[in-house]
Design a protein around this ligand. Structure first.
Ligand code: NFE
Ligand code: MG
Length: 570
């Protein structure tokens, strides 16, 4: 048995380390470790619950809006605050915009190069690339001259010996299967998507005042709608958002999805990376209030062992359902090295017991990660786009069934093929289509409301802490791009007593509790053949298909002293 270490796994957010044992070219077992830790759950203790969103939003700059949304939801749940309709619609659109932005950026900039050989695009005939482009889409940038120009750009990079954003790829690896012409098409769209992504986030910038980390407020949104004003969110800004939404949908439907299917069709026999086949979705995108589960456009549920005939209910409030284990994580609970707690009882006590740097290997027989291990009814779960597509499909939601069935038909694949790395990547594209449609619908509804004279975005009825109960607790759940997210808050005397975030990547990248109870990454890697251990592209394909965000998953510490700085704010 040989142990392979990839640290850090690149083209992700945060620090992820994979240690994989393999034998005869096949991964027998794998260990996923988050190697940095932050203290954001601790920072907010004792603070005003109305301010917490602004702190926890800094958990991540990639899913730049979700922690604020989960946080205000948790406080509003605890205080029974209901927000105005416009605020609900704007919050939905903030998240929908994030999904569309995040998924496109993930596909082109974080994941595509596991499937697309950039250097091989130099061998392409641009006329043939142009023909292929026009056969799969009516996206206007498709001339022979355009693809020649892109090819020249790549050639300049390669000739200079400095590949820049394309450096350190495994170019020429036999696992790359695309013809040169399709590689060229994908690289062209990689560059176009870089430009496009800075446009779509303007929707968040306008509604939320800035991006990354737009503004929220407990009780609604801090969005100053006044259609007759010269400033703020006026008629002109709203028309601009509408235009950005249409442009975003056009890019998704004419570039992202055709590319996804074109690339996917060459990798149909690469069926690895499924893994757990247990899927968890809290659900979200309600057409009424966020807690109205029956009105979710993205439905809630759990699927076990890949059995789509049964969908189990999920309740983030139930202490028997959601627990975080620390058996293999560098924490203690009540001074003990093992155990499990529901987030309302949760505890963040750092207790590093790993090797001293520099080290060769982690002690994977004991604790080996800063991530805790969240479990549903003690079972490990995958969360994210694949889980959401499968739960929507299993519950017979029309939009989900239609898009999944038509895509599988185009690719000539059975539904079971989705339970793989490539299937996860396809599922992410399909949900982008659904969510970009909802983005359009929500904007239309907001415009209708405004036209009817409603410009309210904030309700201050329960703004004053004197109106709050002495003690209360709440949970804000949602779907974030990488999966189900929950923030649990306990409020006492107007202050935050305890705060716990359980994040999508914590579910997916969690360490095992025991060898039969491993997280989604570890399960997905087991049994995968690796052609060349010096260039483990197979591991990247599988891990990247989850779109890891370790910054989110381990929400600073000096490894020796456990405490790096103490800030006194007067
Ligand atoms: Ni930092 Fe995040 C998302 C959250 S993590 S990216 O999506 O929450 O898995
Ligand atoms: Mg946490």
């Amino acid at each position: 048995m040989e142990r392979l270490v990839i640290d850090p796994v690149s083209r992700i957010e945060g620090h992820l380390r994979i240690e994989a044992d393999f034998n005869d070219g096949v991964i027998k077992d794998a260990f996923s470790s988050g190697t940095s830790v932050r203290g954001i759950e601790l920072i907010v203790q004792g603070r005003d619950p109305r301010d917490v969103w602004a702190y926890v939003q800094r958990i991540c700059g990639v899913c730049t809006t979700v922690h604020a949304l989960s946080s205000v939801r948790s406080v509003e749940d605890a205080l029974d605050i209901h927000i105005p309709r416009n605020a609900h619609l704007i919050r939905e659109m903030m998240n929908e915009t994030l999904f569309v932005h995040d998924h496109v950026v993930h596909f082109y900039h974080l994941h595509a190069l596991d499937w697309v050989d950039v250097v091989n695009a130099l061998k392409a005939d641009p006329a043939e690339t142009s023909r292929i482009a026009q056969s799969i889409s009516d996206w206007p940038k498709s001339s022979v001259g355009y693809f020649k120009e892109v090819q020249n750009k790549i050639k300049k990079l390669v000739d200079s010996g400095q590949l820049g954003i394309f450096a350190n790829g495994y170019w020429g690896h036999p696992a790359y299967k695309l013809p040169p012409e399709v590689n060229l098409l994908a690289v062209a769209h990689y560059l176009e998507a870089l430009d496009w992504q800075k446009e779509v986030v303007k929707i968040q910038t306008i509604f939320g005042g800035k991006n990354p980390h737009p503004f929220y407020v407990v009780g609604g949104m801090a969005t100053p709608i006044d259609i007759n004003s010269d400033t703020g969110v006026n008629a002109e800004r709203l028309a601009y958002i509408s235009q950005l939404i249409d442009e975003a949908r056009e890019f998704v439907n004419k570039v992202y999805i055709p590319d996804l299917l074109a690339i996917g069709s060459f990798y149909k026999d690469w069926t690895y990376g499924g893994g757990l086949n247990n899927y968890l979705v809290y659900g979200d995108f309600s057409t009424s209030d966020w807690k109205e589960v029956k009105d979710y456009r993205m439905p809630r549920g759990v699927i076990l062992d890949g059995d789509l005939s049964k969908v189990y209910d999920v309740d983030p409030r139930d202490p028997e359902q959601i627990k975080e284990f620390i058996d293999r994580s560098w924490y203690t609970y009540d001074g003990q090295r093992t155990g499990a707690k529901h987030p309302w009882e949760g505890e963040t006590t750092l207790n590093y017991s790993g090797p001293k740097a520099p080290y060769k290997n982690l002690n994977t027989d004991d604790k080996y990660s800063w991530l805790k291990s969240p479990r549903w009814k003690n079972k490990p779960m995958e969360t994210g786009p694949l889980a959401r597509m499968l739960v929507g499909y299993a519950l017979d939601k029309e939009e989900f069934v239609d898009i999944v069935d038509s895509t599988l038909k185009k690719l000539d694949l059975p539904i079971s093929a989705l339970q793989s790395a490539l299937g996860r990547t396809v599922a992410r594209g399909l949900e982008t289509v659904l969510i970009s449609n909802w983005l359009r619908n929500d904007m239309d509804e907001l415009l209708k409301n405004i036209k009817n004279g409603d410009q309210t975005t904030f309700d201050r009825t329960k703004w004053e802490p004197s109106t709050w109960p002495k003690q209360t607790k709440g949970v804000g759940w949602m779907e974030a791009p990488r999966g189900s997210l929950g923030h649990w808050i306990e409020i006492e005397d107007g202050k935050t007593k305890n705060y716990q975030a359980v994040v999508p990547t914590t579910w997916n990248a969690s360490p095992r509790i025991e060898d039969q109870n491993v997280g989604a990454y570890e399960a997905a890697l087991r049994g995968t053949p690796v052609l060349d251990p010096e260039q483990p592209i197979e591991i990247l394909r599988i891990i990247h298909s989850f779109d890891p965000c370790l910054a989110c998953a381990v929400h600073l510490t000096d490894l020796e002293n456990q405490k790096m700085t103490e800030l006194k704010i007067g």
